[in-house]
Write a protein of this length. Structure first.
Length: 450
């Protein structure tokens, strides 16, 4: 993998049929191979003229298989930083596969996962954090996720790391100068300057870690489980939050006997919503298994939504659940059936949100509360740090800075060593410090064709 001397070929559009498909070629022979797969109308050479050219695509035997556009890019203007051609026929899987086979017959190599983006990295078009953001942009499940990933593709991670990186570089330079030129007054490191600088660096690292914890929820989403007694309207609420009838709704207690999952967009945060069986004493072994799974789903969720029936008083087991959950936050308490007369005993839950799964009253407020509970945000935010690998590297950076603070009393050279360690940890985020094994692990998670 990652032989930069080859010319890559791959289908760059998703599997299945579509109006337009794309076969991408990149590498030293990309334009030559593209010429052999394309016959332009009126004998025009699309490589010489530049821009898109319309014509006929040919298979490995030179037989026409489709018509469409050939678009070529010189190295200086391509995504990968090397000569690139894209063939745009109709999105017919047999046609696309035939064109890749024809390209391979003319000397191309089938691309592996992420190899085009890897070449963009190695040719200096992207740093590693921007390359990872390309993958996240492709995989985005909400528009908010896509916008966050796009800002990272544009270099937001590097910009966000820059103040900490520059602070550490400045401290290392000044500390090394104070040792190397100890007799020179202009290089003298004044008392307390190193300590103050390291404390400022530690503050910057802590801010990045806090942002990363919020950002991870934006990137990965959260699990939210609806729980409560039978017949309180959990399945109706599940359907209302999703905006479609996904769960079976019945007045018969025990209708839901297994967990049911689906996804929704809570203001840009992808949520895996879990509907669970009603909690009650049961004898039937199937329903008992449903109750067990409901409790397990609640214990594994990032947030539990406890649903109560607003038309009646609290049952003893509901009071027990409320007491237990209040000591096992995070949880939201929701009183359903706000469209009917409220039952007695509701003033015991002043913090509850009142909704109606039947009419939709209060649902927008519930979605907003879910977003705040799982992401700590009451309005959309575009955190720069969302990748768990980046978070781990920043945590290692913060640890090295803390060790530098502790080591400065032993001598400046000890603090310099730890500060250089901190810079190395930051460098793994953007790829300034990276190994082939790290590259392999990251790019293996990409799709083929990107």
């Amino acid at each position: 993998m990652h032989d930069l001397s080859t010319t890559l070929a791959a289908i760059a559009t998703p599997p299945g049929r579509g109006g337009v498909g794309c076969v991408r070629l990149s590498g030293p022979d990309a334009l030559r191979i593209a010429r052999g797969l394309f016959r332009a109308r009126r004998g025009v050479d699309p490589v010489e003229t530049g821009g898109p050219a319309f014509g006929v695509f040919l298979d490995a035997h030179g037989a026409p298989v489709d018509h469409g556009y050939l678009v070529t890019f010189p190295a200086a203007r391509s995504f990968t930083g090397e000569p690139t051609a894209e063939l745009w026929p109709h999105g017919s899987p047999p046609v696309l596969e035939a064109l890749v086979a024809a390209a391979v017959a003319r000397g191309a190599t089938p691309a592996g996962p992420g190899e085009f983006t890897y070449r963009a990295l190695r040719r200096g078009r992207l740093d590693l954090s921007r390359a990872e953001a390309v993958r996240d942009l492709v995989a985005a499940r909400t528009l908010h996720q896509a916008r966050v990933a796009f800002s990272q593709v544009q270099g937001e991670v590097s910009r966000r790391l820059s103040p900490l990186k520059e602070a550490l570089i400045d401290l290392v330079a000044r500390a090394e100068a104070s040792l190397e030129f100890a007799d020179e007054a202009e290089t003298h490191l004044e008392d307390g300057a190193l300590g103050r600088g390291l404390l400022e660096a530690a503050t910057l690292a802590d801010e990045l870690l806090a942002e990363a914890r919020r950002g991870r929820v934006v990137r990965e989403g959260a699990r939210v489980a609806l729980t409560g007694a039978t017949s309180v309207g959990k399945s109706s609420l599940f359907n209302r939050l999703l905006g479609r009838d996904r769960a079976i709704v019945s007045h018969v207690a025990g209708t839901t006997r297994d967990t049911l999952e689906d996804t929704l967009d809570a203001g840009g945060i992808p949520i895996t919503l879990v509907d669970t069986a009603g909690l009650r004493p049961v004898v039937d072994p199937v329903e008992a298994e449903g109750v067990r799974r409901a409790r397990a789903a609640a214990s594994e969720a990032d947030l539990v939504v406890i649903v109560l029936d607003g038309s009646r008083a609290l049952a003893p087991e509901e009071r027990e659940v409320l007491l237990q959950r209040r000591s096992e936050a995070p949880a939201l308490i929701v009183v359903n059936k706000a469209d009917v007369a409220m039952g007695p005993g509701r003033d015991s839950c002043p913090e509850a949100l009142h909704v109606s799964a039947r009419t939709g009253v209060g649902i927008d407020g519930l979605l907003a509360a879910i977003r705040v509970a799982v992401a700590g945000l009451d309005s959309p935010e575009r955190p720069a740090i969302t990748n768990i690998r980046h978070e781990a590297a920043i945590r290692d950076t913060a640890g090295a800075v803390e060790r530098a603070i502790a080591a400065k009393g032993l001598g400046v050279e000890f603090a310099i060593f730890e500060m250089r360690q901190a810079l190395d940890h930051l460098g793994t985020i953007t790829g300034e410090v990276a190994t082939d094994d790290l590259y392999d692990r990251i790019f293996s998670t990409f799709c083929i064709g990107k």
